[in-house]
Design a protein around this ligand. Sequence first.
Ligand code: GLY
Length: 565
Amino acid sequence: MKKNYIFIFLLMVGTTSAYSQSEINPFNYHSKKDINVKNGAVVSAHPLASEAGLRMLREGGNAIDAAIATQLALAVVFPEAGNIGGGGFTVIHLSNGKNITIDYRETAPGKSFRDMYLDSAGNPLLNLSQNGHLASGVPGVIAGLFKCMKYAKLPFKKLIAPAIELAEKGFAITENEAYELNHYQGDFKKYSSVTPVFVRDTKWKAGDILVQKDLANTLKRIRDNGRKGFYEGETARLIVEEMQRGHGIISYSDLKNYQAKERAPIEFNYKGAKVITMPLPSSGGIILEQMLKMSEMNHLSKMKFETPQSINLMVEIERRCYADRGKYLGDPDFYKVPVKTLVSDAYLKERMSTFIPGKAGSSKDIKEGIIPESEQTTHFNVLDKDGNAVSVTTTINGGYGSRVVVGHAGFLLNNEMDDFSVKPGVPNMFGAVGQEANAIAPHKRMLSSMTPTIVLRNNKPWILVGTPGGTTIITSVYQTIVDIMDFGMDPHDAVNKPKFHHQWLPDVVYLEKGFDENVKNQLEEMGYKIQMRGAIGRTEVIMVNKDGSMTAVADHRGDDGAVGY
Ligand code: GLY
């Protein structure tokens, strides 16, 4: 296996830290991309967040403890996507064999309504669904973390301590973070009613120390008062006052009544392994099941990685699944989704009956199937020595969400309302279209693509996988699984080799930079419209090897870091 240690920077700024020798110093750290360990591993978008999780494993916590600590630390060290102002999904496999999912997706505020992003002539106002106060759904992350607590071993006060420390004492930002913060200066000023800590007169640069006192105080209120420390009292007051200043609609009762939900996972067999993944309101699990089953039916494993033949098949599978997503998928508490039919063998066989090998299909001809009677996010995985596995994807939707930082509370709010279909057929920021199933309604959850997934072999964790990337999430998780299971690739390459994506509309195959030029030309000859694009996702994988050791791979596309012991 390729060992790839990326040094973000090595910097001594003379700041004291409570971090001991064995832990990563927040003022002087680097990110490890591939590790092989025996006792436990954490892989996330930021090495300091991974380290917060590892600290819990070392101190007797289980994978759930580590996941909670990692998630809270991401809210501090990775503000573009890690968050307490958004939502997410957690998939858990417990060592006693139980599989669980926790849904803490944001909900539409009580004052929302179906056409709230249309002008009087019915034209979409995407600026409002994507930016500023009206773009935010009611945050779910803190409710989700407390829902997970019943599977944790350590007290919450311990789990939140690293996040508070990182917010209060600060940490050195990476080059990528500096770039992003500089890029969004104008938006932070425009959309936040109180100037946030991210705004400054001089440009951010790698190694600058980001101290977030307001966020530290918000985290302390959560530490001291539990979920009420966020959904009631001072933090709720600061959120509602922020809404009032910016003409947003999240109310005290929206916050107080927000509920995270434990849902039955999607579970299915693929080539003798068992896949555990997220049900609705994520489209990820259903679409992943459709894609893997269609791959098996059409003998993908007889093909090779990223040849014209395998891409032709996989793109035609992706095309058909995303057509279904747009039509049928939405919040199951509001809309009856024909899940059983969508993943049935007969339906999937029929869907592929129009596939002609060697020829590009057309999204004009291929619509959703007929049924009698639906980018900034972050993913992390944790695996402990006892075989407890956690796969978590959370989001505030776009980079830095709505770009509204709650005044004096120090955290960003999501712009997740754009994941609803603001009008049938109008693409959202990921180009995804939807219809009635994903229309806006008060308290409804917007459809997601997040696909945190655990694959079991012999009923024990084998592959933990997930990624950010909007609608590309599902295709990246799909490709990572088949790269390992069908094409025999090692996890390093499955994470880092270029990916591709098709989502029905637009009828384009996106190829990630670095893609084989020859294959690209042959796909064009088949009739595909190809568009090159930048990074697709930031996939994190933990894989258990035959000897029981764990390989954790952090995506080379970002600052992501793997740690373990
Ligand atoms: N906001 C991206 C997703 O949930 O799919």
